[in-house]
Design a protein around this ligand. Structure first.
Ligand code: NAD
Length: 362
């Protein structure tokens, strides 16, 4: 069956890594008709908007997209296009596996963790009030009146909504995903001891969902600060973590660090009918156009995508080829060489070509 998939190259290093991933995916022989759609700075130049309607429509229609990273300026300018895509398409589950591959430099071996992060709520909801504006002053006055607690008048305010609906939906997703992949344990991670009405709600709702799965899979609870320490000290004690949006974002970078960094960390954003696959890393603007960065994270996002469209055999062949090229250590980018300045490092496309060569010989 021929699949129709939206390809969003993104900006910064996005186009380079998506081209690399696209050609590796095509080398598996899976028939794909790509529909290219713009988002980010290219879309701004061409359509005068960062996230054109046409792009969202394309993803909705095709149901699957492979997406390169897109820049988000810090503290000013536009809100994140990446977050806007997840919210517009209700891609409520962010799945980020962190898996060790022989040949990747890391302090740890044999890590095999999955982060399942709620993708639509929490401090990522984008409900913010800028310091000094009349609406912010009004909100501060109302909160002070209601809580009898003081807020400094020059404060900015970010709202953290967490609902029972979205929590149960993500925790159910985590259980189903864990069962499908035959995982052994789910850990729900919050700061429920401090934020009783948001994280506390998340934990309570997670416990209720867990009851439905009693006897099928182990379930445990952890506080996010303690979890950060435990992941560094004994990551092998954990299997699949389910978390609210912000903690999920932070701990998935920590887990990427456990397995050798952002260059090898893939991800997926999954909704009821639509899924967008993208690397955990960003657009690394300083490397733009240099054919230097590691395409692995994007290619492994392609592996997740192939599994999602039920092309398991192709997914496995592609993952095996990536594993082999990394383990051989010859045709790999700078970040996978013994030192970053190593003259033996190859470029993004040459590493992808080496992966394709392995697929062809399989
Ligand atoms: P980044 O992930 O873009 O880069 C940080 C550093 O990680 C790079 O300087 C580089 O040393 C390393 N790195 C990243 N990808 C790599 C790769 N493929 N191979 C080798 N090394 C790699 O993070 P940042 O600099 O904080 O963010 C840059 C921009 O990307 C920001 O505007 C940010 O908002 C955006 N961003 C987008 C996404 C997304 O599109 N989903 C995700 C994260 C960040």
């Amino acid at each position: 069956m021929k699949h129709k998939i939206t390809l969003i190259p993104g900006d910064g290093i996005g186009p380079e890594v998506t081209i690399a991933a696209k050609k590796c995916i095509e080398a598996t022989g899976v028939e794909i008709e790509w529909e290219e759609a713009l988002a980010g700075s290219d879309a701004m130049e061409k359509f005068g908007e960062l996230l054109p309607k046409e792009t969202l429509e394309s993803v909705k229609k095709n149901g699957v997209a492979l997406k390169g990273p897109i820049v988000t300026p810090i503290g000013e300018g536009f809100r994140s296009v990446n977050v806007a895509i997840r919210q517009a398409l209700d891609l409520y589950a962010c799945v980020r596996p962190a898996k060790s591959y022989a040949g990747v430099k890391s302090f740890y071996k044999d890590i095999d963790l999955i982060i399942v992060r709620e993708n639509t709520e929490d401090l990522y909801a984008g409900i913010e009030f800028q310091a000094g504006l009349p609406a912010t002053k009004k909100i501060i006055a109302e909160i002070e009146e209601e809580t009898k607690k003081k807020i400094r008048p020059d404060s900015g305010i970010s709202i953290k909504p967490i609902s029972e609906y979205a929590t149960k939906r993500i925790v159910k997703f985590a259980f189903e995903y864990a069962l499908k992949l035959k995982r052994k344990k789910i850990t729900v991670v919050t700061k429920a001891n401090i934020m009783k009405f948001t994280d506390g709600l998340f934990l309570k709702a997670a416990r209720e969902v867990a009851k439905e799965y009693e006897g099928k899979i182990n379930f445990e609870e952890a506080l996010v600060d303690n979890m950060a320490m435990q992941l560094v000290q004994k990551p092998h004690n954990f299997d699949l973590l389910v978390l609210p949006n912000l903690y999920g974002d932070i701990l998935s970078d920590l887990c990427a660090g456990l397995v050798g960094g952002l260059g090898v960390a893939p991800g997926a954003n999954i909704g009821e009918k639509t899924a967008v696959f993208e690397a955990v890393h960003g657009s690394a603007p300083k490397y733009k156009g240099m054919d230097k960065v590691n395409p692995t994270a994007m290619i492994l996002s392609g592996v997740l995508m192939l599994r999602y469209i039920k092309e398991d055999d192709a997914a496995q062949r592609l993952e095996n080829a990536v594993k082999k090229v990394i383990a051989d250590g010859k045709f790999v980018t700078y970040d996978l060489r013994p030192s970053p300045g190593d003259p033996g490092a190859v470029g993004t496309q040459e590493m992808a070509d080496a992966i394709i060569e392995v697929i062809r010989k399989q």
